[in-house]
Every structure is written in C-alpha cells, then in structure tokens.
Design a protein around this ligand. Structure first.
Ligand SMILES: C[S@@+](CC[C@H](N)C(=O)[O-])C[C@H]1O[C@@H](n2cnc3c(N)ncnc32)[C@H](O)[C@@H]1O
Length: 501
C-alpha cells in the first residue's frame, strides 16, 4: 500500500504546531535536566508530515537546519514537494514513503517529530516508528511522539463505538463524515452523560479531519503511559519529558539525594498516576536514546538559562499594586489566572516583545523596572520570581525557548512579507504560519493583502490596491473602512513576525 485512501480523500489539515519547534523542545528538555542539540543547525525528521504545513515553516525559520519529511499519502507528499519547489527552499525535502520502510541512509537526526501518528497507525507501524527513533536519533537527539492516552479516552470510547458502528466504513471519507454528523445529532438526543455531550458539541464545530481521524478511522489506540514507557524500554529508548501543557507536575520527595537513574522508575509511575487523576487524553512525549543521559522531572531552577515568549492579553486594566487574580488570555482562547504583580509585569513585557523572546534575566529586569515605574514598593526576589514563573511555563502560558530573538514590530514604510508567508497566502490550501509556528486564520481579503506585500507599496498604496481588489470580489466598502482594515491587518502581520524589518 503506497497511500492511505482516507488521508487522500479528506486530508488532515496540515497545520504548524508550536509544540514541535526545535528551540522549544530543547528548552523543555533542559527543564528536565537534558541537554538537547543546538536547534539552529539541527537535522530534523518529521514522520507522517502530511503536506509539510509544520515542517516547511520550521525549515524556513532555521535556514541552517536540514529537514526531511516522510508521508505515506501521495497526494499530500506531492503537494508538499511542489510547494517546496515553488518556494525554492533548499533545506527541506518531503518524501513520499512509509515510515516503516525508511531508507536506511537518511542518517542521524537531532529532532524527530511524529505528531498525530503513533496512536493512529497499526501496532506494527507503532513498533516501526519507535525503531526509527532508536536507529535515527543522534546521541543527544530528541524525538517528539504524541499519542492518545487511555486514562482520558476510556470515557469517550462509547462515542467512538457509536460513530464507527452507525456509519458505513465503505463510504468515501467525505460522505461518511456527513453521515457521522447526523449520528452526532441522534446521540445528542439520546445521551445524557455531560462529558460525552460536551465532546459531541465540540466535534460538531471541529475540523472534519479531526472527527474523522479520531472517531472514524480504523485505528485510534489510546495507550496507558506505563505501557508507552515499557515500549520505549523495549526499543532502547527512554522518556525525557512532556512537551504538552501541564497543570501539575511530578515532584519526587527526597529527589535531591537521588541520582536520576535511581528516580526514573518512581518518576514514570508518578506520571502514570497523574494521568489517571487528571484524566489525561493526549501526551506529547519527548524521547531520547536509552544510552543518552537520564532526564528527571522538570525543575524551576533550569528556567534561569532559558528565554521565553508569550502572546497574552488582559481585558481589564492590569493591577500591578495588589495580588488580585487577573485573567490573561492567549490567542487560542486559553485563560491563565495570574495574581503576583511581578508575573503580571512579566506577561506584559513578554507580550510587548512578541513574537520576539526575552532571556530570563531580561524578563526579570523588565518586571522589576515596570513595578518600580508604577511605584510598587518592595524588591522582586529572584527565587520567588522563578518559582512563580515555573507553573506559567508548565501551563504554556509562557513558552520557553533556548534562543532570544527580536522581530520587526511595526509594518514599516513599505511593508514587505517574507517569501513563505506570501506563498502560503497565495495558496488557498495552505495555512499561513506565524513566526512562533502558530496557525493564522486569514480571510480572503487578508490573504490578498499578505500576498501583495513585496515591499514596493506604501500603506496608502496598499489600501488603494485593496479597495480595487475588493471591488473585483463584489465588495464595495467605504474608503475609511478599507484604510482602517488594511492598517489593522498590517499590524497583525507584524505581530506574527511575517514582515521583514
Ligand atoms: C493524523 S495525520 C497527522 C498529520 C500531521 N503530522 C499533523 O499533525 O498535522 C497522520 C499522518 O500520518 C500519515 N501516515 C500514516 N501512516 C504512515 C506511515 N506508515 N508512514 C508515513 N506516514 C504515515 C498519514 O498519511 C497522515 O498524513
């Protein structure tokens, strides 16, 4: 079999994935006491990369990296290869092929990414995927393998059983999806379990490919963490840590007195227990070779060697004087309650620098300065600052990285978008990716504007060109409206790091 029919008929949205950025993975590894390779000149392999919506932006951002993607669906692999060729990007290849039959001479990789693959392939391919990690990871390399976790999926199994049982497996994927939507309506009327009803409501608005691949696809085999860890062991691999957001982390008593090797078993048991308590549904496991140094549960004291980025807003006036809890919201809509004034100041400083990142010492200095400017008394003690930052980093309110970089933060005289953004904008099947590997939701006019940003027009000329473009689309808007929308879009592009300085 050289392709998967369902993936050709209903391609999985090939999205950029922030949690797979190599600088982020290296930072997470460092929090777990593990030194990962330099992400700026790494070899990166992505397994089941779809059309390359994640890998191509990584290759663009890191020109000294060498990236290889492998995808079983010919439709997607060919689309990715054609996009790369049109972009003229020399450091990325998208190969059509089966990860279970990978050519042996691909060499070693510092980062291997397999997102949304492990739980959705037959057991033999799962084994092959771990084998690829063992064979192709460099000595300190890190693999990212996401999988569905049984602890949280158990209660959803009746929904999967109903959807697979009441739809016809032999229908083409789009028709079966329509059938599934009708089944969801029936189940909504029949069922009363709040958790299942919540999931049904979510599925009705989620991307069709999500419903299809989680609930209708032949394979979706959630696994207990302990079983996953045992499989790693059997393949000469070991667990390094978790790249997904965490609301609680494992802390081992008397960890200080123990060498990492001694605590590994207890740590893995505690991770498995945490899954049950939190009904964890999905993990993004980081993995290394078993002969690499041992990792440990994440530690706050590793933060001081890292840098951070955050894109947060607070809808009320920020109160830096009291430890009143305020909600900071990221673009995905996740809300993070923050009470400590120094953390609120850190969130403001990081969001102002976004998509740039700030080194730990700069975040601390910015928070201290902001509090001093607002006349808030008292010294911000470094250890307290670090300990308060730690849960925000674990929850992905603030993202860790190993590199601090700055971006153009204003559209400039003649706005110019980088080549990848313009090519994504001009290709309707491609998602435009922000500098921090976020998927941008752009409407048709937004894409037209982005596609035009070649640095030759002023903002006024762009607004005029947009007016003409909208008229050809049958949309006649007042001049001031188009001017204002154009201005807002240009600032949004700058905020997402799409514009050259
Ligand atoms: C659920 S999608 C995830 C796509 C992408 N990684 C993402 O997260 O957006 C799984 C992908 O793995 C690919 N795939 C499945 N089995 C494969 C295999 N044996 N070798 C290579 N790719 C495979 C599928 O074609 C599909 O594109």
């Amino acid at each position: 079999m050289n392709t998967l029919a369902s993936y050709d008929e209903l391609p999985y949205d090939s999205l950029p994935l922030p949690e797979t950025q190599p600088d982020f993975l290296a930072a997470v590894a460092q929090l777990h006491g593990f030194d990962a390779p330099d992400p700026s000149r790494a070899r990166i392999l992505e397994l089941g990369c779809a059309q390359g919506g994640n890998l191509i932006p990584l290759a663009w951002r890191w020109p000294d990296c060498e990236c290889v993607g492998v995808e079983l669906s010919r439709v997607q692999a060919d689309a990715g290869a054609a996009f790369v060729e049109a972009l003229g990007l020399p450091n990325v290849r998208i190969l059509h092929g089966d990860l279970a039959a990978l050519q042996a001479d691909l060499g070693e990789f510092d980062f291997i990414i397999a997102h949304g693959v492990f739980s959705w392939v037959p057991p033999s391919v799962q084994q092959a995927l771990l084998e690829v990690c063992r064979r192709h990871l460099s000595p300190h390399g890190i693999a990212y393998v996401s999988f569905n976790v049984a602890a949280g999926w158990e209660k959803l199994q009746p929904l999967r059983a109903a959807l697979t049982g009441r739809t016809a497996a032999d229908l083409p994927a789009p028709a079966r999806f329509q059938q599934a939507l009708r089944v969801l309506d029936e189940l909504q009327a029949e069922w009363s379990d709040p958790a299942l009803l919540k999931e049904i409501a979510y599925l009705k608005s989620a991307a069709p490919s999500y419903l299809f691949h989680e609930y209708l696809a032949e394979f979706n085999a959630p696994m207990r963490f302990g079983e996953f860890a045992a499989q790693l062991d059997a393949h000469g691999l070991r667990y390094v840590g978790e790249a997904g957001p965490r609301s609680a982390v494992v802390e081992l008593e008397d960890a200080w007195g123990m060498v990492p090797e001694g605590m590994a078993g207890r740590w893995l048991d505690a991770e498995a227990a945490l899954d049950e308590v939190l009904a964890v549904r999905f993990r993004r496991a980081l993995i290394a070779r078993a002969d690499a140094p041992c990792a440990r549960p994440p530690q706050a004291d590793a933060l001081s060697a890292l840098a951070f980025d955050a894109d947060l807003r607070c809808d009320e006036e920020i109160d830096l004087e009291t430890a009143s809890e305020q909600r900071f919201i990221n673009p995905a809509g996740n809300a993070f309650p923050i009470a400590q004034p120094a953390m609120k100041a850190a969130a403001v400083a990081l969001s102002a620098a976004y998509p740039g990142s700030l080194a730990y010492s700069d975040v601390l200095a910015a928070a201290r300065q902001m509090l001093a400017e607002y006349g808030v008394g008292g010294e911000v003690e470094e250890a307290a600052f670090r300990d308060a930052l730690f849960p925000l980093v674990m929850a992905h309110c603030v993202m860790p990285t190993v590199t601090s970089v700055a971006y153009a933060n204003a559209p400039g005289e003649r706005p110019c978008a980088h080549g990848l953004a313009r090519q994504q904008a001009n290709a309707p099947n491609w998602v435009v990716s922000g500098a921090r590997q976020v998927a941008m939701e752009l409407d048709a006019p937004g894409r037209i504007l982005l596609g035009m940003l070649d640095g030759r027009r002023t903002s006024e000329e762009l607004a005029a060109a947009m007016r003409r473009a909208l008229v050809t689309q049958g949309l006649e808007l007042p001049r001031e409206t188009v001017d204002e929308l154009t201005r807002q879009q240009l600032w949004l592009f700058a905020r997402q790091g799409l514009l050259l300085a």
